[in-house]
Design a protein around this ligand. Structure first.
Ligand SMILES: Nc1ncnc2c1ncn2[C@@H]1O[C@H](COP(=O)(O)OP(=O)(O)O)[C@@H](O)[C@H]1O
Ligand SMILES: [Mg+2]
Length: 354
């Protein structure tokens, strides 16, 4: 069998550039060598692309200063793409759009699902419409009058979470416990997005996560994991810096609740047009069974020790097998898409009369 060339695209223009490099190294090291050949492709912080040996060197840690790169990538010889670019211009549908235009199959969510997965505001509205519980809150826009912001926070109440609608890694996220903390929290969030969520904080929240793999006809959900953040909430420091947050797999939860959350994760992916892979994150009120779906991540951290693959490992699916499954899904989707009609011919010649 011919080995497939798998372009692993990493880097990108978001704050999660480094996280992406770590994920890409893990994926390349784990690709099944009997079936796949890795073709590293980097998106520099400037947004420029590099491939070939330059991308390999960059992945190994050499600096890219002075490297110009090209404005668009070259997918010649690429059989399938594994994009592992987190955040803006990576998991928000823009890269997926480029790949659609180029006609190359790619791992993960499509354009719409990626864009919805990135936007906490749109995501919550769709989930709520489908009857899936989400945190109460309001969305505000940059440039509105301070009186409107004040009314919004009064409506939501304290403590509240303020977060950019389209961000990740807890960048720009604050917990507001006192009215005087509100204005700085709002400013911090508006640095990253002109759309910001003000959400009622769930008291004593437990953070429960579920992995999704597949698509609406063949959905798979994993058992659940729990994150125990080192600080008051799972902020950037607790995620990446202090190394003191813990992942507990499986999360110690009653069987019925596990079933309920897994069903909600599957339902949410269908509702949001999310396919391929996603990590679905819940907040569960400690000591009760009350939960909300906090957010969906369509390109979750993907090193072999990240929650997403670890939840699959718990189900007996190795990291290598998971990667093979994701690539197989990508090829299957392309096949299904190729079978759809894209032309429409009509016998009438109405257009000639225009
Ligand atoms: N409504 C909420 N109630 C309690 N904790 C929250 C709430 N919203 C966010 N958090 C805390 O903030 C963290 C980051 O928020 P999240 O919405 O997941 O943004 P990100 O996309 O940056 O991960 C969560 O993991 C959780 O610890
Ligand atoms: Mg989160």
């Amino acid at each position: 069998m011919k080995r497939l060339n798998v372009a692993v695209i990493f880097g990108g223009r978001s704050g999660e550039h480094e996280v992406s490099l770590v994920s890409a190294r893990s994926i390349i090291a784990a690709l099944d060598p009997k079936r796949f050949r890795a073709v590293p492709m980097a998106i520099l912080r400037t947004g420029r692309w590099i491939g070939g040996s330059a991308a390999k060197r960059y992945l190994k840690g050499s600096s890219a200063s002075g490297v110009k790169g090209s404005r668009l990538p070259d997918f010649n010889g690429v059989d399938v793409v594994f994009p592992i670019v987190h955040g803006t211009f990576g998991e928000d549908g823009t890269l997926q759009g480029l790949l659609e235009m180029a006609g190359v199959p790619y791992v993960g969510c499509g354009v719409a699902g990626s864009a919805i997965g990135m936007d906490k505001d749109i995501q919550k509205r769709l989930l709520a419409a489908a009857g899936i519980p989400v945190s109460d809150g309001v969305t505000v826009r940059k440039g509105w009058s301070p009186r409107v912001y004040a009314a919004a926070i009064r409506g939501v109440g304290l403590p509240a979470f303020i977060k950019p609608a389209r961000s990740g890694s807890s960048v720009g996220v604050s917990k507001v416990k006192h009215p005087r903390e509100f204005a700085p929290a709002l400013r911090a969030a508006f640095r990253y997005d002109d759309k910001v969520l003000i959400e009622k904080a769930m008291p004593k929240a437990r953070e429960i996560e579920c992995s999704f793999l597949g698509h609406h006809l063949a959905p798979m959900t994993s058992g659940l994991g729990e994150i125990v953040p080192s600080g008051e909430f799972y902020d950037f420091n607790a995620k990446y810096v202090d190394g003191r947050s813990a992942a507990i797999i499986p999360a110690g939860l009653p069987k019925k609740l596990v079933g309920e959350l897994r069903a909600a994760a599957e339902h949410a992916c269908a509702v949001l047009d999310v396919e391929g892979l996603a990590r679905v994150d819940f907040l569960l009120e400690r000591g009760t069974r009350r939960w909300v779906l906090n957010e969906i991540n369509t390109l979750p951290g993907f090193t072999s020790i990240s929650m997403y693959p670890k939840l699959w490992a718990q189900e007996g699916m190795s990291y290598r097998q998971l990667i093979t499954n994701l690539i197989t899904l990508a090829l299957g989707r392309q096949q299904a898409r190729n079978d759809l009609a894209t032309d429409f011919s009509s016998n009438s010649d109405w257009y000639k009369q225009a």
